[in-house]
Ligand binder design. Structure first.
Ligand code: NAP
Length: 277
């Protein structure tokens, strides 16, 4: 029953997005296909080394645990190495700051794959700018990854990067606009790098348990008024490290749910009326 509901919810959401003119629906025939196809069997990463950039962060920490459970050796870096060692065990820690490229020199030596889950969070520290972190910080690591032939680079970016609305809004929105426009620069650098990559653009993040709701996944930058758990983002990122179908793709991901069970009732108010022809 739960599985059937999940399928209906996914299909309903794909059907909704199918009506949006600017959206590419990945599999428009999905509704006629019934249940999802079996997921591909992925090659084992056991014994490999994965660098999780942002391993002390809320998404990064979950990714570390998922990787360790698969027998992966995890490498991480942090600006605060003592706190990192205390909080996240069994990681090969390096003290580094993406704003200072020399601290990342040779960081990818012996690394097979990378998840980038660093975020500037410049509301807390205005020296940790989106330009230096979400843009150039990605580029520094991409350059290191190219030198050592990293097999796959998974970048956690954000939905909305193609719609930053830089000139408008409150102070908060202006900072967010900088974050988004710089994340797009970082994405572009990765896409042009020649590395195998997956760019993941989650909607708003929250800290509920993962695996509770289906994960919708669509190509491009899709304006989805929803949320996704950090744990589910981590699960998608870990999967994309070895999923051959994830290579060279940029996707929006979201939980097929509403933050409140009856939230759809008030959501009518935010939907524009049909244009009169
Ligand atoms: N919040 C949302 O709703 C939302 C929505 C879409 C996408 N995202 C993106 O999702 C990603 C993961 O988010 P999250 O909530 O897990 O982030 P988070 O908990 O705020 O963690 C941020 C991580 O970035 C690292 N970091 C920040 N500045 C750094 C620097 N200069 N050098 C090295 N490391 C640095 C931090 O490490 P140390 O402090 O240990 O150095 C920490 O591990 C971020 O890219 C975020 O922008 C967020």
């Amino acid at each position: 029953m739960i599985k059937r509901r999940a399928i209906i919810a996914t299909v309903a959401s794909l059907a909704f997005f199918g009506h949006c003119g600017n959206v590419t629906v990945v599999k428009p025939a999905h509704a006629q296909e019934g249940a999802a196809k079996p997921a591909p069997v992925l090659p084992s990463m056991a014994g490999e080394t994965v660098l999780v950039a942002g391993a002390t962060g809320r998404v990064g920490k979950v990714a570390v645990e998922l990787l360790k459970a698969q027998g992966v050796k995890v490498k991480g870096f942090s600006r605060n190495i003592d706190k990192a060692k205390e909080e996240v065990k069994d990681v090969q820690w390096v003290k580094a700051d993406v704003r200072d490229p020399k601290t990342l020199k040779n960081i990818t030596k012996g690394v097979d794959r990378i998840i980038f889950a660093v975020g500037s969070n410049s509301f807390k520290d205005n020296t940790n700018t989106p330009d230096l972190v979400d843009n150039k910080g990605v580029a520094v690591l991409v350059d290191e990854a190219r030198k050592t032939g990293v097999k796959q680079f998974v970048l956690i970016s954000s939905v909305g990067v193609t719609r930053p609305n830089v000139a408008e809004g409150t102070d908060f929105q202006k900072v967010m606009a900088k974050v988004l426009s710089n994340k797009l620069e970082g994405e572009n650098y990765l896409r042009a790098s020649g590395l195998n990559y997956t760019v993941i653009r989650p909607v708003g993040l929250w800290n509920r348990d993962g695996g509770q709701n289906p994960i919708g996944i669509m190509q491009g930058d899709v304006e989805v008024p929803g949320m996704i758990t950090r744990a589910d983002v981590a699960a998608v990122a870990v999967n994309a490290l070895v999923n051959p179908d994830a290579k060279g793709k940029t996707v929006t991901i979201f939980n097929v749910t509403h933050p409140q069970l009856d939230g759809w009732k008030s959501a009518f108010a935010g939907i524009p009326a049909d244009a009169k022809n």
